[in-house]
Write a protein that binds this ligand. Structure first.
Ligand SMILES: [Zn+2]
Length: 98
């Protein structure tokens, strides 16, 4: 099962994940995501702390992409404003105002 990066919201079987706490001697109290329907080899299991560390990277990458997209949109908007100004000036000129 490929969990992908970050917080697993759903298992491949379609069930939503749940958060439980480990009661093993090796990981006492450590929280984990697990398939909400079935515990088993082909169902979600992921430590919460590791999932959250991954999620931080996923969100940071999304934020960087969104910031770049916003910069691109601002540049496009500035270009469109210039085009509009040029068109307005041209129309005024055609009306004999220049
Ligand atoms: Zn499952």
């Amino acid at each position: 099962m490929d969990l992908g990066r970050g917080i697993p919201m759903r298992c491949d079987c379609g069930a939503a994940t749940v958060v439980l706490a480990s009661n093993t001697a090796r990981n006492p109290g450590r929280r984990f995501y697990r398939c909400g329907a079935i515990s088993g080899e082909n169902h979600v299991f992921k430590w919460v702390d590791e999932a959250h560390d991954e999620e931080f990277v996923v969100v940071a990458n999304k934020l960087a992409t969104m910031e770049q997209d916003l910069a691109d949109i601002k540049a496009d908007l500035a270009d469109m404003k210039n085009d509009i100004s040029e068109n307005v000036a041209l129309i005024e000129c055609l009306r004999g105002k220049c």
